[in-house]
Structure formats: C-alpha cells, structure tokens
Design a protein around this ligand. Structure first.
Ligand SMILES: [Zn+2]
Ligand SMILES: [Zn+2]
Length: 339
C-alpha cells in the first residue's frame, strides 16, 4: 500500500509498496484524513525511544471501513477511531487512569498510510461513526481534542472560570475552543506570532503580545479582576516560560504543564506559590477512552468548530512539505488527505 514512511532521522519517503496491515478481528480502514501532530514532528528527529525508523507515523485519523469483523460496523461506513485504548483490566485502567496503562491496544501502524487496522478492543471501545455533515478532517481531530478534554478535567475545570493559555499553537487554540464551550468567563492567550494571535482573537480569546503588552502576570491579573486566572495551560516547550507563569495563577488555581519538556530539565518554581497560595501544578499527556468519547461526541454534534484551526491540507504524497509547514509554525494544523 501507499505510505509516507519515516525512514531515517528527518526523512519521510513516500512509497507504494509498504506492507498491508493485517485485519485482526477488528476493522480495516482506508485512511482519508490524518493530522500531523507535535509528537510526530518530535519523533521525526529520531531521538524518541520507541519511535525509531523505519516506521509510519500519525495517530490522528478518520477514514472509511474497507472490511469489518465488528457487528456494529460495516464496510463503507465513515469512522474515526482512537490510536490507543487501555487494556481495561490493569490497576491503572481499573482506577480510571487508562492513560498510564502499560498494556495498551494500538492501531496496526501509523495513519500516514493508505490503510490502518484497528484491533477489536480498540474498535469497540473508541470507534465512532462520522455524521454526514462532519468532514473526515474534523473527525480526525477527535484525538487531540481528547487530550485537551483530559487536560481541562485534570484542572478540575468549572464553568465561569478564567483561563490563560500560554502558546497559541494548535493545542493551545484547542484549549481556547474547549474552555469556551465549557463556559469560560475569560479566555486569555499569550503568543508572539501575530497570525496565531489573530486566530486566537477570532476564536474569542483576549490576546497578549509578549513584545508589546508587558509583564504577563500583571496583564493576566488586570484581565481577571486583579486575581489572576483560575487555570493556566502551558502549551509551549520552553522551560523558562513555564517557570515564569506559575506565580501568575490565582491563589487556589491550577497550572497545567501541557507541553512536554525535556526529560532531564528541572524547573525552578516558587515554593511560596505552591504552599501559601495553594497553586496546584499538574500534568497530563494523552487521554483516556472516556475523554476520547466525549471529544468525539462534541465533534459529532458540532459543539466545537475546528475548521478555523485546519490551515493546511496536503495530499499524502506531499507529506514532506506538510511536515515542513507544521515544523516551521507557518501552519496551525496540517492534515494529510487521501482519496
Ligand atoms: Zn496528536
Ligand atoms: Zn490497562
């Protein structure tokens, strides 16, 4: 089959003879849309353990069923499916922490390929039929939205709260959309790139330009009645930025380290803020099946409008260009499309 294969560090090769996935009691999908994610861009450097070439990347997808062994799904149906699901029986899964499951069921391979097989457990737990008025492109974004559902739930999000998103890339802007949908009283975004700032504004956020608007903590306090935001999401990979925003949260508030930081990097944070101001520091990566289902329902019922975030569409054979645009920050979200 056709596939955009990660063959060596910083190299994607489009091939027509990649081995076909095997149907394993689940369903076989013809991929129609797949999103390039920050994780794929990091993996492409070849420095991620467990994501070594040769392999096919991609874990945000939607497509058409070619063949199905699952009673509820049949050939020709438009579906989206999560890239993983917890085993359901380990201590983490039983405790509602599928994200930490060490025995996850995964897709047969990456989504930057013509076909992908979903094993039965994964298909049964996460697959959903895409309503006719929702595109493959939007449906493919259920996975990143699920990560943001998990993120805000971990912040113990409540309607009426205020949120500051640090970084207006795709994941930051998804936080803007979800917090707005979940009744945010105030959505603030700080972002140096003017195009991204404009997009954040278009989505309803009040924006901060670090070059012009001065100290972020003071600005955020001024926007929230002098108290600071209830939730701060760091959707950047810059440790210094993360360190600087912790004291900007409202006393009793939550700071979420959403963007991954280098494994060995230590942070310098205010013990006073943690103890006396009772600011919580939390982190998540990935999602649980419950988050994915909620994200899928929101997309299926058009409760979030993802379209403005999809800035770039490329055919799969131009995956290289798609990666370059995603990496440069020129695109907010790149989707690779297939007929
Ligand atoms: Zn992703
Ligand atoms: Zn498990």
């Amino acid at each position: 089959m056709k596939a955009a294969v990660f063959t060596a560090p910083n190299t994607i090769e489009y091939v027509r003879d990649y081995p076909e996935p095997q149907l394993n009691e689940g369903f076989l999908l013809r991929v129609r849309a797949s999103g390039i994610c920050g994780t794929d861009i990091k993996a492409l450097t070849g420095t991620r353990p467990g994501m070594q070439p040769p392999m096919v990347l991609g874990h945000e997808l939607a497509g058409e069923i070619i063949q199905s062994a699952i009673p509820d799904f049949s050939a020709g149906e438009r579906v989206s499916v999560a890239p993983y699901a917890g085993c359901g029986t380990c201590r983490f899964c039983l405790a509602g922490r599928e994200d930490q499951c060490r025995n996850k069921t995964m897709l047969s391979g990456g989504a930057f390929a013509e076909k992908v097989a979903a094993p039965a457990l994964l298909a049964v737990k996460t697959a959903w039929k895409i309503p006719t008025d929702i595109s493959f492109e939007e449906a493919a974004l259920a996975e990143p939205l699920a990560c943001v559902v998990f993120s805000l739930k971990t912040c113990r999000w409540e309607p009426g709260w205020s949120i500051l998103v640090v970084g207006g890339g795709f994941m930051g802007l998804l936080h803007v959309l979800l917090a707005s949908a979940w009744g945010a009283a105030r959505v603030l975004v700080t972002e140096p790139n003017p195009t991204r700032r404009a997009l954040a504004k278009q989505l309803g956020a009040v924006t901060h330009d670090p070059a012009v608007d001065g100290d972020l903590a003071q600005w955020a306090a001024a926007q929230t009645g002098g108290l600071g935001p209830h939730v701060i999401i760091t959707a950047v990979g810059v440790p210094e930025v993360v360190e600087s925003v912790i004291t900007a949260a409202r006393p009793g508030g939550v700071v979420h380290l959403f963007g991954g930081l280098p494994k060995d990097r230590k942070l310098s944070i205010s013990a006073y803020a943690i103890h006396y101001q009772s600011i919580s520091l939390v982190g998540t990566s990935g999602f649980r099946t419950s988050d994915y289902r909620l994200a899928a329902d929101m997309i299926a019922h058009a409760k979030v409008n993802l379209k403005p975030l999809i800035t770039t569409r490329m055919p799969l054979d131009q995956a290289n260009t798609g990666f370059a645009k995603a990496k440069s920050g020129e695109a907010v979200k790149v989707l690779l499309l297939q007929d």
